[in-house]
Design a protein around this ligand. Structure first.
Ligand code: SF4
Length: 529
C-alpha cells in the first residue's frame, strides 16, 4: 500500500468497468469470467506493487496505474506477457515467466504464508474455500481436549515469539487447571526493528489466527480470547475486526460453535507501542488496564494469567501454524524441520540484500540458502551484488545476535542459534555488507532497548544506559583498553540480573559482536586515540 498498490487496484476496477468486461471485484460476489482481488502482502515488498495473474502464475512487479490497460488488453485478454513488468534476475537480468521460476518464491516453503497474498483477507468465503475453519470444526466436533493437546505435543510446534516453548505443553498445563473462566491471548505486539512477519499474517490472512485461537480454546476449555495488536498496525487492527465480525456472522465465533454447544469469542486490544508489552506478563497487565510492566514468574499465565485466570498466550505465527499442524497431522508436521525444531519459520529479510521481503523456510535452512538463493545475494554500498560475501546477519532483532560467514552452512534452528550466542527471536533477519560498522549496529540496538526499558529493575534500567554510554565512548574516541572489559562485564551483569526477557537479552547484540568482531571494536579504541 505504501508503494501505491491501491491506486493500481482502483485503476483496474475503473478500466474493467469502462470496457464492460466480465470481470468481478471479489467483494461484490457476482459471477464472472475473471475476478480481481486485493490480496495481503505477497512477501516481495521491494518489488511492489505486485500483480499476479492466476492460473498462469504470471507475476508483474513495480506496477503503476499506467500499466493497467496493457495488462488487461495484452495479458488477460490476449495471453501475451509484458516482459518489462516481469521480475528480472539481479545477476543475469533474465526475466522470469512465472512465479515458479523466481527463486525468491521457489526456494521457500510457504505454509503459514501460503494464503497471504493469494486470498482476499477481507472475504471469509475465500478462506473457507481454501479449507478454512475445517480443522476447527473437526476439533470441536470430533476430538477431545486431551487429544488436541497431545496432537500439538507430538507435532513439536514451538512458540514462534522467541522463547520456543512447546505449544502443546503450554496448552496442556492450561487445560488441567480448574477454573470457571480461561482465556486465549494472541500476542500481536511485534515490535522488533526490521520485523513484520506477524503484521503480514494479521493483514493478509487474519482468519488463520482466529482459527488457531479457536482450536486452542477447544483444547483448554477457554471461552474468551484477546488479540493484542500494536496500535502502529492500523490495517491489521481493521482486518482483524472485519474477520471477527464475519466469523461471528458465519457461526464460527460466538455461541454454539459448529453446533457443539460451546462458545468462544474474541476481542481486539490495541497496545500503545511499548516494546516491553510483547513480554507476556506486561501484555496481560496492559489488557487489564494496568501499566504494561513485567512481573516475576511463577506464577505462569497457564496457572494465573489474565485477570488471575488460566491463560494460554501464543504469538501470531504460532497460532496461524495451528490449523496447518492439524491438517497435516502431527507426524507429517514433525517431519518438517530439524530434530528439535519442527515446521517452518517466517523471517523478515531486510538490509543489504538484493531481494528484501517476507520469507518462510523450514527450520534447518542455512544462511547460504536464505541470503544467497532466496535473497539473491548481499549488496555492497555501490550496488554490486556480492553473493554471500556479507559481513554479518543480525537475527532475532534487539534480543538476538549476529551471525557471520562462518555460520553460512549452519542449519538455523533454536538449538544451533543459542549455541552461537544468537536466537530465533521473532524472526528479523538483517543482512549487513562489508562496509557496515558493526559497533554502530550494536549501538543502534542498545539505543533501542535502552529507550524501551520499562525502568522497573535496576540492572536493565541503569545497565543499558551505561552500556550505551560506553558504546558512545568507543565510537566517539573517548574509550580506553578498559572500556571494552567494562562493557563486557556490564553486559553479563545485565543479562543475569534483569527481571524480564527484554533486559536479559538486551546485551546479546553487544556480546555477539564482541565475540565475532572484537577487532572492529579495538580499531575504534586504538586508532582514534
Ligand atoms: Fe523493565 Fe528491563 Fe526490568 Fe524488563 S528487565 S522489567 S524491561 S527494567
Amino acid at each position: 500500500m505504501a508503494n501505491g498498490s491501491l491506486d493500481v487496484y482502483d485503476r483496474f476496477v475503473e478500466y474493467i468497468e469502462k470496457k464492460g468486461l466480465s470481470i468481478a471485484v471479489t467483494l461484490r460476489k457476482e459471477k464472472a469470467d475473471y475476478i480481481i482481488s486485493q490480496s495481503g502482502c505477497q512477501g516481495f515488498c521491494q518489488m511492489g506493487p505486485l500483480v499476479t495473474l492466476y492460473p498462469q502464475g504470471i507475476l508483474y512487479t513495480k506496477v503503476t496505474p499506467g500499466d493497467v490497460e496493457e495488462i488487461i488488453d495484452e495479458t488477460l485478454l490476449k495471453g501475451r506477457p509484458i516482459t518489462r513488468l516481469l521480475y528480472h534476475s539481479p545477476v543475469t537480468d533474465a526475466p522470469a515467466t512465472d512465479i515458479a521460476h523466481i527463486p525468491f518464491y521457489s526456494k521457500q516453503n510457504r505454509t503459514v504464508l501460503k494464503l497471504c497474498g493469494y486470498i482476499d483477507a477481507q472475504d471469509i468465503d475465500e478462506y473457507i474455500a481454501n479449507d478454512g475453519y475445517a480443522m476447527a470444526k473437526k476439533v470441536f466436533l470430533e476430538m477431545t481436549d486431551e487429544d488436541v493437546c497431545s496432537e500439538m505435543l507430538r507435532a513439536g510446534l514451538r512458540g514462534r515469539g522467541g522463547a520456543g516453548f512447546p505449544t502443546g505443553r503450554k496448552w496442556d498445563l492450561t487445560r488441567i487447571q480448574k477454573a470457571d473462566v480461561k482465556y486465549i491471548v494472541c500476542n500481536g505486539d511485534e515490535g522488533d526493528p526490521g520485523a513484520f512477519m506477524d503484521r503480514c499474517v494479521m493483514e493478509g490472512n487474519p482468519h488463520s489466527v482466529l482459527e488457531g485461537m479457536l482450536i486452542a480454546a477447544k483444547a483448554v476449555g477457554a471461552t474468551e480470547g484477546y488479540i493484542y495488536v500494536r496500535t502502529e498496525y492500523p490495517l491489521a487492527v481493521e482486518r482483524l475486526k472485519i474477520a471477527i465480525a464475519d466469523a461471528r456472522r458465519a457461526g464460527v465465533l460466538g455461541g454454539n460453535i459448529f453446533g457443539s454447544g460451546k462458545s468462544f469469542d474474541i476481542h481486539v486490544m490495541e497496545g500503545a507501542g511499548a516494546f516491553v508489552c510483547g513480554e507476556e506478563t506486561a501484555l496481560l497487565a496492559s489488557i487489564e488496564g494496568k501499566r504494561g510492566m513485567p512481573t516475576p514468574k511463577p506464577p505462569f499465565p497457564a496457572e494465573s494469567g489474565l485477570f488471575g485466570k488460566p491463560t494460554v498466550i501464543n504469538n501470531v505465527e504460532t497460532l496461524a501454524s495451528v490449523p496447518i499442524v492439524m491438517k497435516l497431522g502431527a507426524d507429517a508436521y514433525a517431519a518438517i524441520g530439524t530434530e528439535k525444531s519442527k515446521g517452518t519459520k517466517t523471517f523478515a529479510l531486510t538490509g543489504h540484500v538484493a531481494n528484501t521481503g517476507l520469507i518462510e523456510v523450514p527450520f534447518g535452512a542455512t544462511l547460504r540458502q536464505i541470503v544467497g538463493e532466496i535473497g539473491g545475494g548481499a549488496v555492497n554500498d555501490d550496488g554490486t551484488i556480492c553473493g554471500v560475501d556479507f559481513k554479518a546477519v543480525q537475527i532475532g532483532g534487539p534480543s538476538g545476535g549476529c551471525l557471520t560467514k562462518e555460520h553460512l552452512d549452519m542449519p538455523l534452528d533454536y538449538e544451533n542459534l543459542a549455541a552461537v550466542g544468537a536466537m530465533v527471536g521473532s524472526g528479523g533477519l538483517v543482512v549487513m555488507n562489508n562496509q557496515t560498522c558493526i559497533v554502530q549496529i550494536a549501538r543502534f540496538f542498545m539505543q533501542f532497548t535502552q529507550n524501551e526499558s520499562c525502568g522497573k529493575c535496576v540492572p536493565c534500567r541503569e545497565g543499558t544506559k551505561q552500556m550505551l554510554a560506553l558504546l558512545d565512548d568507543i565510537i566517539e574516541g573517548r574509550a580506553t583498553a578498559e572500556t571494552l572489559e567494562l562493557l563486557e562485564q556490564l553486559a553479563q551483569t545485565v543479562k543475569v540480573g534483569s527481571l524480564c526477557g527484554l533486559g536479559k537479552t538486551a546485551p546479546n547484540p553487544v556480546l555477539s559482536t564482541l565475540r565475532y568482531f572484537r577487532d572492529e571494536y579495538n580499531a575504534h579504541v586504538f586508532e582514534k586515540r
